[in-house]
Design a protein. Sequence first.
Length: 244
Amino acid sequence: MQRKWFQYWFNSPYYHILYSQRNDEEAELLIDNLSSYLKPSSDSRILDIACGRGRHAIYLQKKGYDVTGIDLSEQSIKFAHQFEQKQLHFFVHDMRKLFYINYFNLSLNLFTSFGYFETEKDHVNALKSFRKGLKPDGTLVIDYFNTLKILRNLTAQEVKTMEGIEFKIKKFVSDGKIIKHINFEHKGKPFAFEERVKAFTLADFERMLLKSGLELCAKFGDYSLNPFDENKSDRLILICKKIC
């Protein structure tokens, strides 16, 4: 089977260089506010879906929870393994496939770690897997960008210099996706990657959640959990419950 863009890009060390400004303080702010809002019990089992190198999962475990992180990137999980302990585990896993059944009290899909697949069926299958992994009273949190604001403010081209590498980024919209072409040179060698993320709106999520057996209970517009405003909010954070 041909590898997808995300399998190449997320396994690349350059992905982590380009996005190294995603700091732990930002991750901890979101986790602290979600914990205060959701009030998970101390014995909760939490799943971090598309956990990357594990920054959210590691912080959740420090707060005393039993945490499992899954990600399709072998390199990210290999990095995360160094942090494993009794209540913190990481696995290479495709979110579209069933992991555990009726096991987790809370599942988190954070920092726009969704919208990567070609068809709505694939995305619904992923959501169904999220739901099946939850206990009957379990909660799913999805943190996505606010597509409408992104589309209005799309910068066609930009250059970011990180760790001495000049990343030339071209952004455009095609076939319902927000696409980034990322080109750069390192040690005299040219590289080219891309990101292709579905331009899902709140209405799209509401439709897919319903198809997946999940109920939208609340929505927020930033990591401080302020109300969602489609014109102003940076994020679309969805709090969902399993429909039994």
